[in-house]
Design a protein around this ligand. Structure first.
Ligand code: BG6
Length: 479
């Protein structure tokens, strides 16, 4: 019996702000990603108390401005995806291409025309588009003028954006996601919610208010999509980090349960089940406020209940390990959720703890919690690639990482998990979200571009390109 279902969706994933570039072309407005300086200090810089989103090109680089110039090279890039045999391609629509300031009444037709072409190119090769409506790229004006997602007016603006793209593309695009890694805001609310220290990120009530506004917006997108076509599949998208206790100390076990609730499960519980979980009040009380302090519209809870998502998309890069008992243990570095070092795991060049078995556990936890199909829409190894004089990269480390994670997925399928597909992150090298670097590469395709913006932008197939092509051709049998 084969390891993966016949119609398994093999592909790759990207996000507009990290690869398109052309940040001012075709009537595009600025997005928050356009105001994020490049380099590992980017989150620290944007959380300075006086950060005001001013783009200062004298002092900083802004790698998202030019991305990898996919805006002008998407045909070449999608042709390479097709050569690998992609069944699907996950990408996002830059909100600021469609509504440059976010609060206009009518969309920017030039922006829509760009995505018309992207979708047509996918169709030409029989590649199924999978669209993230909002992936870390809200219009900058919505942050400057409205204060980001903590402002309820954002619901109206997102609804307009979602209605516009769903109505335009529902006949060609069956698979959608509402918000990328919605739960990442617990620790990094800048990209998903437009919140930094200077506009309220340090007050957790703002983050929960922003989430509420996003939950309602996402539910409205589900409603709009299903009214257009009941067969559309609209998912949530979570950042999932399988979480272990460091040891069997019940104190650590309880802390692990609580971290799971706060980080891995809260957003999914609302979006999949359509209601706030029983532990909501406890989470909020921890930060000194109550659910009743949130601004909740009269119909909000009914909208949530009536419009749960159809599937659970999630990213998986690493696991986390919790210890609250022994303060002397070494902390894990570089990841988004913290925790201590797991002595059984190796870490990537950026300190992310590599744990394929954790993916199998994640798939089981999510599927058995919700009984809805799950979709691994991001996974991969961010590494320093060293091309030879012909720009060939022998990335065996990436092949090993991917093989082990695909084996883990096969294990989960054997466990009975209903797994829809696999779209590894940054199938072509692109700008890193957390560090704004090109040197943190995930792709099967090497892009000749460095952290300072130098390079020809030419594309080259890495060793993993041919390997992944064979994986897809054999439906995951030939690893
Ligand atoms: C996820 C995001 O956090 O992981 C992507 O959805 C991001 O946008 C990816 O690029 C990898 O993270 P990073 O920081 O290495 O780019």
């Amino acid at each position: 019996m084969s390891k993966f279902p016949k119609n398994f969706m093999w592909g790759g994933a990207t996000a507009a702000n990290q690869l398109e570039g052309a940040y001012k072309e075709g009537g595009k407005g600025l997005s928050i990603a356009d105001a994020l300086p490049g380099g590992p200090e980017r989150f620290k810089l944007v959380n300075e108390p006086d950060f005001d989103w001013t783009i200062d090109e004298k002092q900083y680089t802004y790698p998202n401005h030019n991305g990898i110039d996919h805006y002008h090279r998407f045909k070449e890039d999608i042709a390479l995806f097709a050569e690998m045999g992609f069944k699907c391609y996950r990408f996002s629509i830059a909100w600021s291409r469609i509504f440059p300031n976010g609060d206009e009444e009518t969309p920017n037709e030039a922006g829509l025309k760009f995505y018309d072409q992207v979708i047509e190119t996918c169709q030409k090769y029989g590649i199924e588009p999978v669209i993230t409506i909002s992936h870390y790229e809200m219009p900058l004006n919505l942050v400057k003028k409205y204060g980001g997602w903590k402002n309820r007016q954002l619901i109206t603006f997102y609804e307009r954006f979602a209605r516009t793209v769903l109505t335009r593309y529902y006949k060609q695009v069956k698979y959608w996601m509402t918000f990328n890694e919605i739960n990442s805001a617990l620790t990094f609310p800048v990209m998903g919610q437009g919140l930094v220290a200077s506009n309220g990120a340090n007050d957790k009530q703002n983050i929960y208010q922003a989430w509420h506004n996003q939950f309602v917006s996402g539910a409205k997108a589900v409603k709009i999509g299903h009214e257009l076509d009941p067969d559309l599949k609209i998912g949530c998208m979570l950042l999932y980090a399988t979480t272990y206790s460091y040891d069997s100390n019940p104190v650590n076990q309880l802390a692990t349960l609580e971290q799971n609730q706060a980080f891995n499960h809260f957003c999914g519980d609302v979006q999949v089940r359509g209601e706030y979980p029983a532990y909501t009040e406890k989470l909020m009380n921890k930060y000194g406020f109550s659910f009743s302090d949130l601004e909740i519209g009269d119909d909000d809870l009914a909208i949530l209940k009536a419009n749960p998502v159809d599937y659970i998309g999630f990213s998986y890069y690493m696991s986390a390990t919790v210890d609250v008992a022994d303060k002397s243990l070494e902390q894990a570095s570089g990841n988004l959720i913290g925790g201590v070092k797991n002595p059984f795991l190796k870490a990537s060049d950026w300190g992310w703890q590599v744990d394929p078995i954790g993916l199998r556990i994640a798939l089981n936890e999510l599927y058995n919690r919700y009984q809805k199909p799950v979709f691994v829409v991001e996974n991969g190894l961010g590494a320093v690639d060293k091309p030879d004089e012909n720009f060939h990269v022998q990335d065996d480390y990436r092949i090993d990482y991917s093989r082990e994670h695909i084996e883990a997925m096969a294990g989960a399928v054997a466990d009975g998990v209903d797994l829809m597909g696999y779209t590894p992150w940054g199938c072509i090298d692109l700008v890193s979200a957390s560090t704004g670097q090109m040197s943190k590469r995930y792709g099967f395709i090497y892009v000749d571009l460095d952290d300072q913006g130098n390079g020809t932008l030419n594309r080259y197939k890495k060793a993993s390109f041919d390997w992944y092509k064979e994986v897809i051709a054999s439906n995951g049998e030939d690893l």
